[in-house]
Ligand binder design. Structure first.
Ligand code: GAR
Length: 193
């Protein structure tokens, strides 16, 4: 059977992208990461993709929002499913229409808490610590036209200790991301989730 082809969209470090690529490169997976799309030329995710043998392309914001360019890129690469892993641009409506229920995002908090505009990466963990939260976690959700508002597919929690810094929370949240995100993508692709 033909493997499903995943595109990962990422903007920065790309540790989740690397973890997902490695997961789908092992054993007899039914899908593969076929392309990494990044909006920043200096992002570390580009080197990670290259060293793992996955084609990566830099797509500046203007091209990303260009329907002809992006639909062509997805079609030419035979993309079936899109994973946002630390991707900071809004997804244009034409892509959401082209991939209904087939774009998934990971957010580093227990949505609906600490979501929405401006809430990404360390800003989320700083807000969680400032509010004295006793727990945080990850949310994996479908991407629709509402920022961080699509159907939740999976959540996992971690304890926040009173002494935890935002960096400590980030470390705990990243561990949850590495543990769950590839498997959840796999289960979505095989219709189990
Ligand atoms: C991850 O923690 C991800 O949940 C978060 O950015 C980090 C990217 O790390 N995403 C968001 O905040 C999206 N709103 P990585 O580049 O090392 O995978």
């Amino acid at each position: 059977m033909k493997k499903k082809r995943i595109a990962i969209f990422a903007s920065g470090n790309g540790s989740n992208a690397e973890n997902i690529i490695r997961y789908f490169q092992t054993d007899d997976r039914e899908a593969e990461v076929a392309l990494v799309v990044c909006n920043r030329q200096d992002a570390k995710v580009l080197q990670r993709a290259e060293s793992l043998g996955v084609p990566a392309i830099v797509v500046p914001k203007r091209d990303f929002n260009n329907e002809t360019f992006m639909t062509g890129l997805m079609r030419d690469n035979g993309i079936d499913f899109i994973v946002l892993a630390g991707f900071l641009l809004m997804i244009p409506d034409f892509l959401i229409s082209l991939y209904p229920e087939k774009i998934v995002n990971i957010h580093p908090s227990l949505l609906p808490k600490y979501g929405g505009k401006g809430m990404y990466g360390e800003h989320v963990h700083e807000a969680v610590v400032a509010a004295g939260e006793k727990e945080s976690g990850i949310t994996i959700h479908i991407v629709d036209e509402n920022c961080d508002g699509g159907r939740i597919v999976f959540q996992a929690k971690t304890i926040v200790e009173p002494t935890d810094t935002p960096d400590d929370v980030a470390t705990k949240v990243h561990a949850l991301e590495y543990l769950h995100f590839p498997r959840v993508i796999d289960e979505m692709l095989s219709g189990k989730l």
